[in-house]
Design a protein around this ligand. Structure first.
Ligand code: 1DX
Length: 189
């Protein structure tokens, strides 16, 4: 994956747990790079080794690390040169999700080694929510998608519940149910 992904993971750890935690994770993963270059390609294994080392250093399971990392990705990319691009591809959660494949095509024009996942929105009749279908060349990142969705919810000030309803390996691909949570009713007098 592009180094931007490892940079975002590093920033997630340092912001949440400090520099020394990152240093232990980097060493635990056997990664010697003292920094990642956003636009260089790295083996997927670099990212997966860092996530595994992070579970050990932070005492979290892989799903917790991936969800936190996914959440942070939305903020990190918005603040690291891709805020304008994110703005171009939607100003609410539903339209952004409908545009994600277009966003990845756009990035892929400049960075042809991108191996983007694909997302499709399925409208659910009579429901305040939607189903999101996620297909990827990479296995194991479904918990990151939960975090990405929660990060998007925060970005668009849309309260949501996210639940995975189909699982790659068992099912053909991963599916997530996003439920819009109503704004707080007016408090009792
Ligand atoms: F819900 O692979 C919200 O390297 C979402 O299954 C989901 O193959 C936002 F310059 C620049 C560059 C660089 C910009 F080339 C990526 F370096 C891309 C910025 C997408 C913002 C996908 C990153 C493939 C790298 C992958 C999880 C899960 C998608 C990461 C999140 C908006 C992005 O991202 C999987 C690669 C960007 C760039 C966004 C992704 C690769 C996403 C989202 N993906 C690189």
């Amino acid at each position: 994956m592009y180094g931007l992904v490892n940079q975002a993971l590093e920033d997630f750890v340092i912001q949440g747990f400090g520099n020394s935690a990152w240093e232990r994770i980097r060493q635990g993963a056997g990664i010697n790079d003292d920094m990642f270059i956003a636009m260089d390609g790295y083996p997927d294994q670099t990212t997966f080794k860092l996530v595994t080392a992070a579970t050990q250093v932070l005492g979290l399971d892989a799903a917790q690390v991936l969800e936190g990392f996914g959440n942070h990705w939305v903020l990190y990319t918005a603040e690291s040169g891709y805020g304008e691009m994110l703005n171009m591809f939607g100003s609410d959660l539903r339209s952004f999700l409908n545009n994600l494949d277009n966003l990845h095509s756009h990035v892929g024009m400049s960075f042809p080694a991108l191996r983007p996942p694909s997302f499709t929105v399925e409208e659910v009749e009579g429901s305040a929510g939607l189903l999101l279908h996620y297909r990827s060349e990479r296995a194991g990142l479904a918990p990151m998608v939960v975090g990405l969705l929660k990060g998007l919810g925060e970005r668009f000030s849309q309260k949501i519940n996210v639940q995975q309803t189909a699982f790659r390996g068992v099912d053909d691909h991963d599916v997530f149910r996003i439920e819009y949570v109503d704004a707080d009713p007016s408090p009792a007098q």
